[in-house]
Design a protein around this ligand. Structure first.
Ligand code: HEC
Length: 93
């Protein structure tokens, strides 16, 4: 992927989807400090090792799931996934 996702995405929509589908584990601030997040060991998005992952890796985790995290290919469209990734970028800034 050459240009990072983020400039043209709809982060307002991403935020809505994030708060609905993701915040229960990852927390509204992306720090994973919820009960479910702590139990499943969701990592803080702002950790360097997570931030260094490419958009493609994040997209893969979101679409297919990763370990205890379920996949969201049925809930989110391709565009919806991009919006959420763009929103996570905003969270970790
Ligand atoms: C049921 C709890 C749960 C929900 C809901 C959830 N996740 Fe996760 N997520 C996790 C866990 C746990 C991991 C770490 C997986 C691993 O590597 O073991 C993770 C990993 C990730 C990663 C990869 C970063 C990393 O730590 O490797 C991204 C990106 C991500 N989640 C985004 C999302 C998005 C976006 C949503 C909503 C569409 C979402 N997650 C919903 C639990 C959850």
């Amino acid at each position: 992927m050459t240009s990072p996702i983020g400039r043209t995405q709809d982060t307002a929509k991403g935020q809505k989807a994030y708060n609905a589908d993701c915040a229960s584990c990852h927390g509204p601030d992306g720090r994973g400090q919820t009960t479910a997040g702590k139990t499943m060991k969701a990592r803080e998005f702002s950790l360097d090792e997570v931030k260094m992952e490419s958009d493609a890796e994040w997209t893969g985790s979101i679409v297919k799931g990763e370990n205890k995290m379920p996949g969201y290919d049925r809930q989110l469209s391709d565009v919806g996934v991009k919006d959420v990734v763009a929103y996570i970028h905003r969270l970790v800034k």
